[in-house]
Design a protein around this ligand. Structure first.
Ligand code: 13P
Length: 304
């Protein structure tokens, strides 16, 4: 079946089952084309919490679909390819977090959403890359155990007076970007401005002209007067950047910025998911309730 037939079938199935398709900005172009909403982790969480669709087809990676289940437990949440995970989220287990919490009994635990439901359940509050600084600065405690992304933790530490204790995890894709990549791109495009994700190394974010979540990068690119942008986040973001700004030039800071997990969902898997109402993502009730408290607390801090 060709892609336009698949798109038509997906559109019919969506109406038939009262379904909505949510896609992360890193999904392949064809998935972003048919999504009802494309966004960053924060925007997708908010939408999952507020949609009145009965079925959410979540095109992202597992921790994102789990967050949708936690925020909208009465809905059926489908993830077209269940293999799509996040190595960063897998870098922390609930047992390891329990042990760390004992080392720092005074610390409040802030958990980046790129984490499992079990880890969220043990945390005081969640954050995304869009609101991490705001979340941390909203807390009364002085000491913060920030898990699992050390680069985001360093970024937050540079924007708060609180003591940040980072977990030793990182996104292997963003962590690949080194300062030399920025210098090379600056040489090739001297009039280009550098825009990176806060999951990049601290020496990279320190050199950038703008640091933000994928949605913030997309908004910044629309609003900036600059016509040439050097982009330090996953390649999928280029789809929206180029569509929104056909007259602007975008250069990926490194050709290696490709997340293989994010590329697993595709049109035929979405069609199959809608046809079979499978694969479903589920979270055990107790974990769901505890993780909900951390996610809900984050949503209350943020009002944009
Ligand atoms: P955003 O919250 O910016 O979409 O980032 C999610 C992510 O997984 C980055 O690697």
């Amino acid at each position: 079946m060709n892609s336009s037939d698949l798109k038509e079938e997906i559109s019919d199935l969506k109406v038939k089952h009262n379904a909505i398709i949510l896609a992360h900005n890193y999904q392949i172009d064809e998935v972003q084309e048919i999504a009802d909403y494309t966004g960053d982790s924060f925007g997708l969480s908010k939408l999952a919490a507020s949609t009145d669709a009965e079925i959410i087809v979540f095109c992202g990676v597992l921790f994102m679909a789990e967050s949708a289940v936690i925020l909208s437990p009465e809905k059926t949440v489908l993830q077209p390819d269940l293999q799509a995970g996040c190595p960063l989220a897998d870098s922390i287990t609930p047992e390891a977090l329990q042990a760390k919490k004992k080392e720092y009994p005074e610390a409040v635990v802030v958990c980046y959403v790129n984490s499992s439901a079990d880890v969220k359940a043990l945390s005081d509050i969640c954050c995304t890359s869009a609101n991490a600084v705001k979340v941390v600065n909203s807390l009364a405690e002085r000491q913060v155990l920030f898990v699992p992304d050390k680069n985001l933790a360093f970024y937050v530490a540079a924007h708060t007076k609180k003591e940040i204790i980072p977990w030793d995890g990182c996104c292997s894709i963003h962590h690949k970007v080194v300062v030399d990549d920025l210098y090379k791109q600056r040489k090739l495009h001297p009039d280009g401005i550098i825009v990176v994700h806060p999951e990049c190394r601290p020496e990279v974010t320190a050199l950038a002209d703008f640091v933000g979540s994928t949605a913030e990068i997309i908004r910044f690119a629309r609003e900036t007067a600059s016509n040439k942008l050097i982009i330090g986040t996953e390649i999928g973001t280029l789809y929206r950047l180029k569509n929104d700004n056909p007259h602007k030039e975008f250069h990926l800071v490194s050709e290696e910025l490709i997340c293989p997990d994010m590329k697993l969902n595709n049109l035929s898997k979405i069609r199959d998911a809608l046809l079979n109402k499978q694969p479903q993502v589920n979270v055990p009730v107790q974990t769901r309730k505890e993780a909900f408290a951390a996610l809900e607390r984050m949503l209350q801090v943020n009002d944009y």
